[in-house]
Design a binder for this molecule. Structure first.
Ligand code: P6P
Length: 327
């Protein structure tokens, strides 16, 4: 067989090779942080797969500051990501859904250049029933003087340098952007590397699929109910997994709109701005879609609290427009 024979050509464009091959200067600067997140994700993927075998399913028996049952795997994932980031000498501060306050690793004067904000294992309760879950991450510049490094996460989403997720599903998929388009990688468990499978991922302009938990329809605002009446009469399909990373990943690849709206019980929505809304909004916009919070663009919101919530309407721009026109 000649070397050019396609039957022997392997896809061996690893995450590391791809980051180093890019002209985008930010790729080089952020490669260490992104590779640290990818390393943690490989370990998290292994633990998610073995969760029932290793008896780490279910709740820790404690609640996080939001009063939500903390899952054992939430804590394991959080520890793994923090451990991998501590090894980086350019990470200033780590903020997480699982940490009440940001963890300051080093100030700017000691080389702390980046702020990493994560949802370590979003939708973790789904692991108990083997439904896909994911890690969501957002990378910002540490824009703070040494004495207020812990305030670095409180920046609008437009200031993100990079954002992405790792989906632990039928395959382990890493999708992220550094502001110049969206790239997708799949973990090859034999090689042990994330391999590039798509560059410049684009979301379709429109697709008649909506993704929302209609069990709460009686708590939706009138405009959201009006949108659903429109969708029901216009031949839309409905898909809802109940795991944000899986629902957003399907929306990115197939089109449509993912919605977690404000409700009468949760007027600010359920999902968190800094480590769910903002990173997903950057990805969707970079793929040519739109991401609204009802009152405007998610990325334009200036956060005041680390764990503040936001309504989420994101996906194909024409579909987001249909929702915001009614809501
Ligand atoms: P509900 C999972 O608990 C999560 O945080 C997101 O991953 C998901 O989109 C949402 O909550 C599901 O919430 O109220 O529909 O179960």
């Amino acid at each position: 067989m000649t070397p050019s024979d396609p039957t022997i050509r392997e896809n061996l464009t690893t995450l590391q090779i791809h980051l180093r091959s890019q002209k985008n200067g930010r790729a080089g600067e952020l490669s260490g942080v992104i590779e640290a997140i990818a390393l943690a994700a490989k370990s998290i993927a292994h633990k998610v797969r073995r969760a029932r075998i290793d008896d780490v399913l279910g709740a820790v028996g404690a609640q996080n500051l939001h009063g939500e049952e903390q899952q054992k795997l939430d804590v394991i994932a959080d520890d793994l990501i923090l451990h991998c980031l501590r090894e980086r000498h350019d990470v200033a501060v780590f903020a997480s859904e699982e940490q009440d306050e940001p963890v300051v690793l080093r100030p700017r004067s000691d080389g702390g250049r980046y702020c990493v904000v994560v949802d370590p294992l979003d939708g973790s309760s789904n692991v108990d029933v083997a439904v896909s879950v994911g890690t969501i991450f957002s990378i910002l510049e540490n824009d703070q003087p040494d004495e207020t490094t812990d305030q670095a996460p409180l920046q609008p989403g437009t200031r993100q340098l990079a954002a992405g997720y790792v989906l632990y599903g039928s395959s382990v998929v890493m999708v992220f952007t550094m502001g110049e388009g969206v790239d997708m990688y799949v973990l090859d468990p034999v090689v042990g590397e994330f391999l590039l499978v798509q560059e410049g991922l684009r979301i379709s302009e429109e697709k008649k699929i909506y993704s929302v938990n209609e069990a709460y329809v009686n708590d939706f605002e009138d405009g959201m109910r009006a949108y659903l009446d429109y969708a029901h009469g216009a031949g839309y399909g409905s898909r809802y997994i109940g795991s944000m990373v899986a629902d957003v990943h399907r929306t990115l690849l197939k089109g449509g709109v993912f919605i977690y709206p404000a409700t009468t019980k949760a007027p600010g929505g359920k999902l968190r701005l800094l480590y769910e809304g903002n990173p997903m909004a950057m990805l969707v916009e970079q793929a040519g879609g739109a991401a609204a919070c009802g009152a405007g663009r998610i990325l334009d919101v200036t956060p005041t609290k680390l764990h503040q919530r936001t309504p989420v309407i994101m996906g194909s721009s024409a579909e987001v427009a249909h929702v915001t026109r009614h809501a």
